[in-house]
Ligand binder design. Structure first.
Ligand code: M6R
Length: 603
């Protein structure tokens, strides 16, 4: 996730920005930059990699005296992590930093290019600064030019813009991405998260969607989405930085579970269009000549792959097999060059997945990775990459990365289904509609969380957990069991519900906890009879379903029963919260469970 810091005042601006950005490091980034306007003159610095590189580049630069400054840490989503793609983006006399995604940047860019504007970067952000400058050239006052600019933008944004056309001023706007204004007397700070300004200012205003305005020394002018002025009513800033980094949640994992609804919106932005799915990152003809798919991954990413295989075979009608990377490497697999080799990795650094990819490449296979980290080893090694846009994931137990991987696989299915002509247009419309409703299926309702918290106290013992599901809900059962064992250290297994009677049912008794995933839209009657078999053997059953199930000992009712994937996402959240609440009750460090590492770079 990108970070933003801004400052208006007389102090040394470089250090304020760099220190503020340092506080946002925990959010992850792959390049950084800042711009200062002081004495009417603009200066800027950018560097790829850690902030230390930027500090080094700007070592001889000082910027004391009245002025304004904006800084940014970038997590690449559109375009590689290069210096040109790093923020601030510049026009002829202005600079902009931006978090979020400008969904309609392509038509805007074409329009500006037709007017002779030359673009330097591959980002969506750059359109903002050029639009602003075009408006100035058309004769608008700077603030009117800014207002007109944001009026053209669609998508999510937190924006800061400075310009020689209005020295000592920062123009700001927020829609969908966080932004706050913090005050310390005449000095004004901006940040995407309060960690960056704690200790510097005492009070802050957290902008609401659609709000915008400008600030100059000692003055902030704020406007509502309907262009009416609004008073800036500040509240005291929190004092605990660690807590602020977690946005007030107890653990990063909890924060990341809550973030899923937002990041899934980022994953589909600009890709899920009315007429179908588009991946502008994939070269033309990328799928030509492909007759089958092999997906290869580890852990949670492997579970995402299993989910994807159900979707790809069912809807895109393409043969798809899924391999655990550590097994694939040594099984001497038969590989055919008309197979697309798809790796899935949150970190992009998992050694087994990387080596499997190299093997497939040596065998002449085309490769695609679904990854969360641009410029990671797996991205660099692959022929093409689709970034999941989950932002950095700090919790060792993967949550939001899984959700976004599954979403990309679902989009890929539709994309391929369209190309291969396997889907009716009514089906495509139905899938697109469901994709757009996914953020709401991923929202954590307070009441649900509270219920899971209360239920969790009954599940702290027993001789084991079985998570069971069928079809798409089998990989979700595997993932639910993995989450639970990773952080609670309790034994848990995921099983296809129909397989229980072929052996595992022998374990059934009151101390065997069964978490039954019972969606309405996929094989409900089948899973119901499997759960009845377990209930008849006195297993303790926690049913997760939109349908009341009388034989369940505990029941969590889900709401989104109109599409299997919406049921999938909603049940996924329930299993994540359940694992977390059990682990917290057992006193475990949820973010850093014993024996596990976030990135497994050894075999
Ligand atoms: O970074 P990757 O997605 O390649 O990592 C793969 C696994 O190591 C990872 O998913 C692991 O299973 C997580 N701890 C799951 O929560």
């Amino acid at each position: 996730m990108c970070g933003i810091v801004g400052y208006i005042g007389p102090k040394e601006k470089k250090s304020i920005l760099l220190d503020g950005l340092q506080e946002l490091e925990y959010r992850g980034y792959d390049s950084a930059g800042f711009a200062v306007i002081s004495g009417g003159k603009l200066s800027h610095f950018k560097a790829v990699g850690k902030l230390a590189n930027l500090r080094k580049k700007a070592a001889d630069f000082t910027s004391e005296g009245p002025g304004a400054a904006i800084g940014h840490t970038r997590w690449a989503t559109h375009g590689k992590p290069t210096e040109l793609n790093a923020h601030p983006h510049m026009g002829a006399f202005s600079y902009v930093v931006h978090n979020g995604i400008i969904e309609n940047y392509r038509p805007l860019k074409e329009e500006l290019e037709a007017q002779g504007v030359r673009f330097l970067s591959q980002t969506d952000t750059e359109v903002i600064v050029h639009l602003f400058e075009q408006k100035i050239r058309e004769g608008l006052e700077p603030f009117e030019a800014f207002r007109a600019t944001i009026g053209r933008l669609e998508g999510a944004y937190a924006i800061l813009l400075i310009s020689e056309a209005a020295p000592e001023t920062i123009f700001f706007a927020k829609n969908g991405s966080p932004l706050l204004i913090a005050l310390d007397g005449e000095e004004i700070y901006f940040a995407s998260s309060d960690t960056a300004v704690i200790g510097k200012a005492q009070e802050a205003y957290y902008l609401e969607d659609g709000e915008y305005g400008y600030a100059r020394p000692g003055e902030v002018r704020l406007y509502r989405p309907d262009d009416e002025p609004k008073a800036l009513t500040t509240i005291p800033l929190p004092s605990d930085k660690a807590m602020a980094q977690k946005d007030g949640y107890r653990f990063f994992m909890e924060k990341e579970i809550y973030e899923q609804s937002t990041v899934i919106g980022d994953t589909i932005l600009g890709r899920v269009l009315d007429e179908g799915i588009e991946f502008e990152e994939l070269p033309d003809g990328f799928f030509d000549g492909i007759a089958s798919i092999t997906i290869c991954a580890c852990g949670t990413s492997y579970h995402a792959g299993l989910t994807g295989a159900y979707l790809l075979e069912r809807m895109a009608r393409i043969p798809c097999r899924v391999e655990i990377a550590s097994e694939f490497r040594y099984k001497e697999p038969l590989l055919s060059p008309d197979t697309l080799f798809v790796t899935i990795s949150q970190s992009g650094e998992t050694a087994d997945t990387l080596e499997a990819l190299k093997m497939a490449k040596r065998a002449g296979l085309r490769s695609l990775t679904i990854c969360n980290v641009d410029n990671s080893s797996i991205v660099r090694e692959s022929d093409a990459a689709i970034l999941t846009r989950a932002g950095i994931e700090k919790g060792v137990a993967s949550t939001k990365a899984f959700a976004t991987q599954v979403m990309v696989l679902w989009m890929l299915t539709l994309h391929l289904g369209q190309k291969r002509g396997t889907l009716e247009s009514a089906t495509i419309r139905r899938e697109i509609d469901a994709m757009r409703r996914s953020p709401s299926a991923l929202l954590v309702e307070e009441k649900l969380h509270e219920r899971i918290h209360r239920l969790s106290k009954r599940y702290l013992h027993g001789h084991g957990f079985f998570f069971i599901g069928r079809d798409l809900f089998f990989p979700l059962a595997l993932e639910g069991a993995l989450k639970l064992k990773e952080i609670s250290y309790l034994h848990a297994e995921g099983y296809p519900a129909g397989e229980m009677k072929h052996g595992p049912i022998a374990l059934a008794d009151a101390e065997l906890f069964t978490i039954a995933l019972m969606p309405r839209t996929l094989l409900y009657d089948k899973i119901k009879s499997n759960v009845e078999e377990l209930s008849a053997r006195d297993a303790t059953i926690l049913a997760i379903s939109p349908e009341e199930f009388e034989l369940a000992d505990d029941f969590i009712r889900t709401k989104h029963a109109e599409h299997p994937m919406l049921e999938f996402f909603e049940m996924m959240v329930v299993t994540q919260l359940l694992a977390m609440e059990i682990a917290i009750r057992l006193g475990n460090d949820v973010d850093m469970p014993r024996n596990l590492a976030k990135s497994v770079t050894v075999e």
